[in-house]
Design a protein around this ligand. Structure first.
Ligand code: ADP
Length: 419
């Protein structure tokens, strides 16, 4: 005979329960003792037992994720019961209950508990109260967790912002510091190139040409660094004047004419002559299209095609806009990079590609072009994004870079006048 009377253990737990119901529960009850570190209920597993703690303590915990494998929700003391939710729902356990020290529990099989519960309003009410109070506790715990995690995220975000700022400052300082000596070197190199001794000597002429080409390349990289650092500090000044997209694109095409010929790349435009003038900063837009087109050149093998097309559209927000698409028949970009390539210094593929000449197939760059293009377009209130089925150097799936620029009232008036 057990030293415990189940009826007297259950009476304070379900106040108001009829004697007959109490007796039925008690007759179905069994008293069990377990050693330390016993798992009484396991989260997600099916269970058909209701437990009431008689002696000892039990820990209720939940599995969260790999980093926080176990979150302790609360401790249960003598007089507390558990396991009822899964029984009532006929489902699996919502949490794990285990012990640290020895424990003695009163156990009732599901069938007996549900039978009494079905006819006893006091027991049902008590269960509901108990479940709601647990839910409230769980809510509170979740809110505290969220607060803590939010604070941690905010701290991490501020740290990243500080690091990013330090990087931006460094880039800007390096850019400015390099520019001055480079201008001097460039001056001397040009003097050397025009010196009679050099002009007359074939090898020296070739060497000086090589020096100047490399200086130009370095100059372009430093310009990009300065451009991107200006974008970073939101110091982009947009000086809007009436601008023509077709003129800008033709200028970029003219800049690359020799390269396009050398690499047998076909350059086409479609619909650009029908685009209205827009109010825009021509220098900034030139930079944006320069980088999009130089990329199309770099990532398209010889003999490919680059198409720049434009049209007026009504955007989702109901605003009129012009949409320009720079499309190539190049190696394409995997979808996982579609957003990241617009971040500064982000490059896809092997780094070794990035050391050769600017307009060669897969030629190098510092990974700044698209960040500059995005900065320039966003500064105009526009959008830029890419669409490509993926990177495939055999199938040459190609890429399409979309640029949308809002049409102001002024440009619309001009458009409709000219149309
Ligand atoms: P980069 O100086 O490396 O060209 P960008 O910012 O201009 O830097 O481009 C970032 C990356 O996006 C490139 O390294 C390249 O992997 C990819 N990319 C950009 N344009 C294209 C394109 N037209 N086709 C394929 N890949 C491209």
């Amino acid at each position: 005979m057990s030293e415990y009377d189940p009826k007297e253990l259950l009476r304070p737990v379900f106040p108001g329960l009829e004697e007959v119901d109490l007796a039925e529960l008690a007759s179905a009850a069994e008293i069990h003792s377990y050693p330390p570190h016993t798992v009484l209920c396991r989260e997600d597993e099916f269970g058909d037992t209701f437990y009431l703690i008689v002696e000892g303590r039990a820990c209720v915990s939940k599995y969260l994720d790999e980093e926080n494998p176990r979150r302790i929700l609360h401790w249960l003391e003598p007089g507390d019961f558990f396991g009822e939710i899964a029984l009532v729902q006929g489902g699996s356990r919502t949490a794990t209950v285990d012990t640290e020290g020895p424990i003695t529990v009163l156990e009732i099989h599901r069938d007996a508990l549900v039978r009494v519960l079905n006819r006893s309003a006091p027991m049902a009410i008590h269960m509901v109260l108990r479940v709601t109070s647990r839910l409230r506790d769980a809510d509170q715990t979740a809110i505290e967790d969220l607060r803590r995690i939010n604070a941690e995220l905010r701290r991490a975000y501020h740290n990243l912002e500080r690091l990013d700022q330090a990087k931006t400052d460094f880039i800007s300082v390096v850019g400015h510091e390099l520019r001055t000596p480079l201008t001097v070197i460039s001056g001397y190199a040009n003097m050397i190139r025009t010196a009679p001794a050099v002009r007359e000597e074939r090898n020296l002429r070739m060497f000086s040409k090589g020096i100047i080409t490399s200086i130009d390349r370095l100059q372009a990289i430093i310009d990009s660094i300065l451009d991107v650092s200006r974008i970073d500090v939101a110091a982009l000044e947009v000086r809007k004047v009436p601008a023509s997209i077709i003129v800008l694109i033709k200028e970029v095409e003219a800049h690359f004419r020799t390269t396009l010929q050398e690499r047998s790349l076909e350059f086409q435009t479609q619909g650009l002559d029908r685009l209205p003038f827009i109010m825009a900063d021509s220098d900034l837009l030139y930079k944006a299209f320069y980088h999009l087109i130089v990329n199309a050149i770099k990532y398209t093998p010889d003999g490919g095609r680059i198409t720049v097309s434009g049209r007026v559209i009504r955007a989702e927000d109901g605003q009129d806009a012009i949409e320009i698409v720079v499309e190539d028949t190049g190696i394409g970009i995997d979808p996982e990079h579609h957003e990241l390539i617009f971040e500064k210094f982000y490059q896809t593929g092997e780094v070794m590609f990035h050391s050769s000449g600017v307009t060669k197939f897969k030629g190098g760059g510092p990974g700044l072009g698209l960040a500059i293009a995005k900065g320039a377009i966003v500064a105009h209130g526009g959008q830029i994004w890419v669409d490509s089925p993926g990177h495939d150097e055999e199938a040459l799936s190609g890429s399409r870079f979309y640029v949308r620029l809002p049409l102001t009232e002024w440009s619309e008036a001009k458009f409709f006048e000219s149309g």
